[in-house]
Design a protein around this ligand. Structure first.
Ligand SMILES: [Zn+2]
Ligand SMILES: [Zn+2]
Ligand SMILES: [Zn+2]
Length: 355
């Protein structure tokens, strides 16, 4: 079926008998098709073909034939066309993408490999992902390999139902193990990212709470302000009123607390920690800072002996200071996929209660 004779792409067949620059070799396909091509062009694109051309044949006088077997004749033809033009169509990729990737690997043609990898990534689907993964592994195509792994990891239930997966289970236990290991690690990575985003979101919330605390204690807001300043009755809510309002209520609650109960109430503890956090990041001289307990904490902070607790607290302070710097540069705020359960819970994860 593959007996048609083929001319060298973009070249006239009357060059066949030319000098050494025009030496023609024949590529023999699995269907018996002989594709003529210019030795020099093949050699310039593929070092493997170059060495095949340079290897002397059994019969010196006979024409040179290079067999490219194991892939469809038409795929070899597209392959030769690519060598001449550095191009292939979407339709070629659709039909022969996997064969061309294998050829690009065997004949060391990186530009074709890149083209095939892109095309195959674009066509990845549940039904072909296992085959594509095996191919990516065989052909050393890391981008394709990673995309396949990700898709398998994200849609494992569906992939498990495919013929490709069943075949792999029966025939390639090592790859199966590799995939299962990747899925485990991928889940771990996702968890770590989620935790990181939750923490980032907490640091941003704390940094905003610090801004509000400063603003409440210096300018005053709707219901709480510095003791020596009259609050104006019809004050409009400030810019961060959603945080500010809760904070003012907590300050009122903290200020009206009866004698500190051992163990204390959660709300008071949280307020206590926010004052302490303020003191840790406060750079104002003691005499000018209007935030309650700022000075006391600064003095007390120097006396804390528990190294672990100090290190944990310092880490929290550094993170909040960094979040504050980012906010003040007006960079887009990091959107957490999941918000921390609450400022309180998040804070309690970081610090032991000191009140
Ligand atoms: Zn306010
Ligand atoms: Zn309380
Ligand atoms: Zn202060």
């Amino acid at each position: 079926m593959c007996r048609s004779t083929v001319s060298p792409p973009h070249h006239e067949s009357d060059h066949v008998s030319g000098g050494s620059d025009e030496t023609i070799v024949y590529i023999l396909t699995s269907g018996g098709r002989r594709i003529p091509a210019h030795a020099k062009i093949l050699a310039s694109v593929s070092p493997v073909l170059e060495s095949a051309i340079d290897t002397p044949g059994k019969h010196r006088s006979s024409e040179k034939t290079i067999p490219i077997l194991g892939v469809p004749c038409d795929a070899v033809e597209v392959f030769v066309r690519f060598i001449y033009s550095n191009r292939c169509t979407e339709e070629d990729m659709e039909k022969f993408g996997i064969h061309l990737l294998a050829l690009s690997h065997v004949y060391l043609i990186p530009q074709l490999k890149t083209r095939c990898t892109k095309a195959l990534i674009g066509r990845l689907a549940i039904e072909n992902v296992v085959d594509s993964l095996q191919l990516a592994r065989l052909c050393d195509a890391p981008d394709l390999y990673l995309k396949c792994m990700k898709l398998i990891s994200n849609s494992f239930k569906a992939v498990e139902e495919t013929e490709g997966w069943k075949f792999l289970q029966d025939n390639d236990p090592y790859l199966e193990l590799e995939i299962l290991k990747f899925i485990d690690e991928d889940e771990l990575r996702t968890k770590r990212t989620r935790k990181h985003l939750q923490e980032q979101s907490l640091y941003f919330q704390l940094s905003e709470a610090m801004d509000c605390l400063q603003h409440i204690c210096t300018e005053g807001c709707t219901s709480v302000g510095p003791h020596d300043k009259e609050l104006s009755k019809n004050m409009a809510p400030c810019r961060k009123f959603s945080i500010c309002e809760g904070l003012q209520n907590s300050i009122k609650h903290f200020a009206n607390r009866k004698k500190r109960v051992n163990g204390g109430c959660v709300r008071c503890k949280r307020m206590w920690q926010l004052f302490r956090l303020h003191s840790s990041i406060c750079e104002s001289p003691d005499s000018t800072c209007r935030v309650p307990l700022c000075r006391q904490f600064k003095i007390k902070g120097q006396q804390v002996k528990n190294k672990k607790e100090v290190a944990r607290w310092e880490l929290l302070v550094r993170k909040v200071v960094a979040a504050k710097a980012i906010s003040s540069l007006s960079l887009p705020k990091m959107e957490a996929q999941e918000k921390p359960r609450s400022l309180e819970d998040g804070l309690n994860n970081h610090v032991s209660v000191a009140c």
